[in-house]
Design a protein around this ligand. Structure first.
Ligand code: AMP
Ligand code: ZN
Length: 483
C-alpha cells in the first residue's frame, strides 16, 4: 500500500502523490514566541515529526523539505515586552525593538529545548517572520511584495492605513473550511467595520504607531497581519504549490483559509498545497485547557516530571485526528510501556524497519496500530527468540520501529539513569519541601530525622550540598539531580 493521508480539502483519505518525489515539501505553522508552549502545542510538533520521519523513510532523508516557521512579530509579543521591560523602555535604557528581541530570543530558545526533549528532529528550515517582511537580497518571497501583487491583481485594497484582502474577489473562498461567503455574511455576528468591503475581509498590513514595531512600506510604516507570514515563508522555501500543509484543527479557519486565499490569488494557482492535515485537540483530565481553569500545562511543566519519550508515547497512543484527553494515568501507562519495551536480552545492533509498523503509519499515520505492532515485536518475537540470531533480529526490528516513532533513545544504555529523576515523578515542590524539613530537623538537632530525609532524597537521585552562608553563617542547602 502507498501512503494515504486524510486531506481536509477533500474530507477523505487520499493517496499521497508527491509533486516531485525527489523533493517532498511540507509546511507546518510554528509557534508565536511570547511564552512557554503548552502541552496542546506539543501535539502538532510530535504528529508532524512522525510524518517527517515517515516521509524521510519512504523518499530518503535528502528528498524531504520540512519548513516550520517562527512567528516573531505579533501584538502578544509587544505586550509581553512591555510587561517585562516596561521600566527599561520608559527610562530609555532599552528600545522597544531590543525588548521584543529579548522576548523572542528567550522564548525561541525555550521552544527549541522543549521540541528537542520531545524527540523531534529539527525541521529542514526554520524561517523567522521578521526576516520576510521586506524584499530580500536573495530574492526569496517576502510579505510586502506578496501584498503589492494582491493589490495589483484586484484581490486586496488599501483603506484607512490598512491593506485588506477582498474575500469577494475569490469565488471559492471558504473551500477548506467549507464556509461559504454568503453564509458567513448572513450569519455574521462580527461587527462590520465601516472600512471593510465585506465582513470577512482580513488584514494583510496594518499601520504601526510610533511606539509599535514597524517597517516602511508603500502603505506607510506598519506591520504584517498574521496570515500573510505563512504565505510568504512557504513560497520562499517550498514554491507556489507544495505537497503538505499542517497544523491543529483550530487553524483551518481563519488562518489556513486565509493563507490559501492569499497564496492562490497572488500566484494564480488552483491550490496552495495539495494535502492539508489537521490534528485534533487536546484537553486535560476531561476539561478544555485554559489559564482561568488552572489546568494550563506547559510542555516544560510536563518535562520536569516525565522524560520526553513518555510524553511522546502518551501523545501517539491516540490517532492524530482524534481528540486526546491528557491524563496522569495516560503518562503512567506510557512510562510502563517504555520500561517493558526497553527490557531485552541483548543490545540492538542493526536496524530493520518492520513492515507492519511502516504499513500502519502509511495508513494516515495510524500510530495506535503501529504501537500494537511494536507490542507484538516486544512480547512475541523477542520472547520466542531461541537463538542469538533470532534475538538480534527482534532487537533490530524493535530499533527500527522505535526510530520511526522517534522513540529510539529509550533503547540507549543509561536512558533510565539520565531520565531517572523525571521518571521518578518527583516534582521540584516535593524536593523543596523535603529539603526544608531537613533544615528544620537539623536546627532542632534531630540528626536522625535529617539523615533519614537525606537518604530518602538520595534514593530519588537528588544530591544535597550543605554550605555556610559567608555573611550570615547560616546553613544553606542546595540540591541537584545525580547524573
Ligand atoms: P498557537 O500557538 O495557538 O498558534 O498554536 C500552535 C499550534 O498548536 C497550532 O498548530 C495549533 O493548532 C496547535 N494547538 C493549540 N492548542 C492545541 C490543543 N489544545 N490541542 C492540540 N493542538 C493545539
Ligand atoms: Zn500558518
Amino acid at each position: 500500500m502507498g501512503l494515504k493521508l486524510h486531506n481536509t480539502l477533500t474530507r477523505t483519505k487520499d493517496d499521497f502523490v508527491p509533486i516531485d518525489p525527489s523533493n517532498v515539501r511540507m509546511y507546518v505553522c510554528g509557534p508565536t514566541v511570547y511564552d512557554f508552549a503548552h502541552i496542546g502545542n506539543a501535539r502538532p510538533l510530535i504528529v508532524f515529526d512522525v510524518l517527517f520521519r515517515l516521509l524521510r523513510h519512504l523518499y530518503g532523508p535528502e528528498h524531504v523539505t520540512y519548513v516550520r516557521n517562527i512567528t516573531d512579530v505579533d501584538d502578544k509579543i509587544n505586550a509581553r515586552a512591555l510587561r517585562d521591560f516596561g521600566a527599561e523602555i520608559a527610562s530609555g535604557a532599552l528600545s522597544l525593538n531590543d525588548a521584543i528581541r529579548r522576548v523572542t530570543e528567550a522564548t525561541a530558545t525555550q521552544f527549541h529545548e522543549d521540541v528537542a526533549a520531545l524527540g523531534c528532529l529539527p525541521p529542514s528550515v526554520e524561517p523567522r517572520a521578521t526576516d520576510f517582511v521586506t524584499p530580500r537580497s536573495d530574492g526569496r518571497t517576502d510579505m510586502i511584495t506578496l501584498i503589492a501583487r494582491l493589490i495589483e491583481r484586484g484581490h486586496a485594497y488599501e483603506t484607512a492605513g490598512e491593506v485588506l484582502f477582498d474575500t469577494a474577489s475569490m469565488p471559492d473562498y471558504g473551500r477548506l473550511s467549507q464556509r461559504h461567503l454568503d453564509e458567513q455574511q448572513a450569519g455574521a455576528r462580527v461587527e462590520v467595520d465601516a472600512h471593510k468591503r465585506n465582513p470577512g475581509d482580513f488584514v494583510l498590513w496594518k499601520r504601526s504607531d510610533a511606539d509599535e514595531p514597524g517597517w516602511d512600506s508603500p502603505w506607510g510604516r506598519g506591520r504584517p497581519g498574521w496570515h500573510i507570514e505563512c504565505s510568504a515563508m512557504s513560497a520562499a522555501y517550498l514554491g507556489e504549490v507544495f505537497d503538505i500543509h499542517g497544523g491543529g484543527l483550530d487553524l483551518i479557519f481563519p488562518h489556513h483559509e486565509n493563507e490559501i486565499a492569499q497564496s492562490r490569488c497572488a500566484h494564480g494557482t488552483a491550490v496552495m498545497a495539495n494535502t492539508w492535515l489537521h490534528n485534533g485537540f487536546l484537553q486535560v483530565e476531561g476539561e478544555k485547557m485554559s489559564k482561568s481553569l488552572g489546568n494550563f500545562i506547559t510542555i516544560r511543566d510536563v518535562l520536569n516530571d516525565w522524560p520526553g519519550e513518555v510524553v511522546r508515547l502518551a501523545m501517539l497512543k491516540t490517532h492524530y485526528r482524534q481528540p486526546i484527553d491528557w491524563t496522569l494515568r495516560g503518562l503512567r501507562e506510557a512510562s510502563e510501556t517504555l520500561a517493558k519495551w526497553r527490557s531485552r536480552a541483548i543490545l540492538p545492533g542493526g536496524i530493520e524497519f518492520p513492515e507492519g509498523v511502516v504499513e500502519a503509519l502509511k495508513d494516515d499515520l495510524n500510530t495506535p496500530r503501529a504501537i500494537a505492532q511494536i507490542h507484538g515485536i516486544a512480547f512475541h518475537e523477542r520472547k520466542e527468540a531461541t537463538d542469538r540470531a533470532v534475538q538480534e533480529r527482534a532487537e533490530a526490528r524493535m530499533h527500527g520501529a522505535l526510530t520511526l516513532l522517534g522513540l529510539q533513545s529509550v533503547l540507549e544504555e543509561g536512558w533510565l539513569q539520565t531520565k531517572r529523576r523525571a521518571a521518578s515523578q518527583v516534582s521540584e515542590a516535593t524536593v523543596a519541601a523535603m529539603v526544608l524539613a531537613r533544615v528544620a530537623a537539623r536546627k532542632a538537632k534531630n540528626f536522625a530525622e535529617a539523615d533519614r530525609i537525606r537518604n530518602e532524597l538520595e534514593a530519588m537521585d537528588i544530591v544535597l550540598k550543605d554550605a555556610k552562608d559567608a555573611e550570615t553563617g547560616e546553613l544553606v542547602t542546595t540540591w541537584e539531580v545525580k547524573r
